[in-house]
Write a protein that binds this ligand. Structure first.
Ligand code: IPM
Ligand code: MG
Length: 358
């Protein structure tokens, strides 16, 4: 069966980094005779400019029938004043919700060669390798009711942080299973000292632990985790958290590695359909300058090959090629410590060269 891939470059450097990932993908398809079809469509501000919507109906329809979506990045100052429903971020939020991509895997790891780029002291950060499993379709991001109430005195606003048992169980299952495949440790993060929804979360995750005797489960409060991630990040293997806390913690984790341009992510549903995006944003300040780091996007393609496209070995080969790229001393501008760097448009062909020899 042909595997369908939809590329949504989006805005800003999303365009450049997805072009690099496509170059690698085209190479793999030709080299290994893969039965993949590729389509490319607009999303985010770019789609709004052309079609008046950040996620036109036909793009959403195409996404629903795709096996993997490679998503660049969305947003930029140009669209900052649009009303709520038309903001570029809505493309992302709608795709997550409509495709039920509840499991967001955000690895944060350090290539030791790049330790100098981290804001954290080397001995603390060396060998960093953690996975944040963030719930992505529930919690306060989507909870109802929600509103800004202007016509009362004083005006007020509210959101609802809500999780039902099934939502907690399905994300915790992904996290427990990820821990089993990695270092066997899982830390569940919430605010059980303050929030009912967190207390409920903690009791459900605790109950599930008996089904995973090989996983060492711990619980932490989110504010403490924010601190511990900076003080002693290597205490973690897998972290599981809700939509909001996972959003915040994954930004901290990404910053640790000093190179947000290196980190991929996957958002999966229960039928191994997935959306794959770099952790970085659209970086409008450097868009079009051929200096963005496309490695996070290419590593996201690697995750797509593993989780949605049944090509685990090719996924591993991409990871190895990226390691070798770094080991050989190639640096994009964001991770270069001198004036020399490779341009965005040069990265894919260097990686392809490595893959050919690998
Ligand atoms: C992320 C981003 C999004 C989020 C924004 C752009 C809506 O911060 O993917 O982490 O908050 O989930
Ligand atoms: Mg975020």
């Amino acid at each position: 069966m042909t595997k369908k891939i939809l590329i949504l470059p989006g805005d800003g450097i999303g365009q450049e980094v997805t072009a690099s990932a496509k170059e690698v993908l085209d190479f793999l398809i030709a080299e290994h005779n893969l039965d993949f079809s590729i389509e490319e469509m607009d999303a985010g501000g770019t789609a709004y400019d052309k079609f008046g919507s950040p996620l036109p109906e036909k793009v959403l329809a195409k996404a629903k029938e795709s096996d993997a979506i490679l998503f660049g990045a969305v947003g930029g100052p140009k669209w900052d004043d649009l009303d709520w429903d038309n903001r570029p971020e809505q493309a992302l939020l709608s795709l997550r919700k409509e495709l039920e991509l509840f499991a967001n895997l955000r690895p944060a790891f350090l290539f030791n060669e790049l330790a100098a780029a981290s804001p954290i002291k080397n001995h603390i950060i060396e060998n960093l390798d953690i996975l944040i499993v963030r719930e992505l379709t529930g919690g306060i991001y989507f909870g109802e009711p929600r509103a800004i109430v202007e016509d009362e005195n004083p005006p007020y606003a509210f959101n609802t942080m809500v999780y039902n048992e099934n939502e907690i169980k399905r994300i915790a299952k992904v996290a427990f299973e990820s821990a089993q495949k990695r270092g066997g440790k899982l830390c569940s993060v919430e605010k059980a000292n303050v929030l009912e929804v967190s207390k409920f979360w903690r009791s459900i995750v605790s109950d599930m632990a008996k089904d995973y005797p090989d996983v060492e489960l711990s619980h932490q409060l989110a504010d403490n985790t924010a601190m511990q991630l900076v003080l002693n990040p290597n205490q973690y293997d897998v972290i599981v958290s809700s939509n909001l806390f996972g959003d915040i913690l994954s930004d901290i984790a990404a910053t640790l590695s000093g190179s947000i341009g290196m980190l991929p992510s996957a958002s999966l549903n229960s039928s191994s359909q997935g959306m794959y995006e770099p952790c970085h944003g659209s970086a409008p300040d450097i868009a079009g300058m051929d200096v963005a780091n496309p490695i996070a996007m290419i590593a996201s393609l690697g995750m797509a090959l593993k989780y949605s496209l049944d090509q685990k070995e090719l996924s591993d080969s991409i990871d190895r090629a990226i390691k070798e790229f770094i080991a050989k001393g190639y640096r994009t501008k964001d991770i270069s410590t001198n004036d020399e760097y490779v341009k965005t448009s040069e990265v894919a062909s260097i990686l392809i060269g490595i893959l050919k020899n690998g």
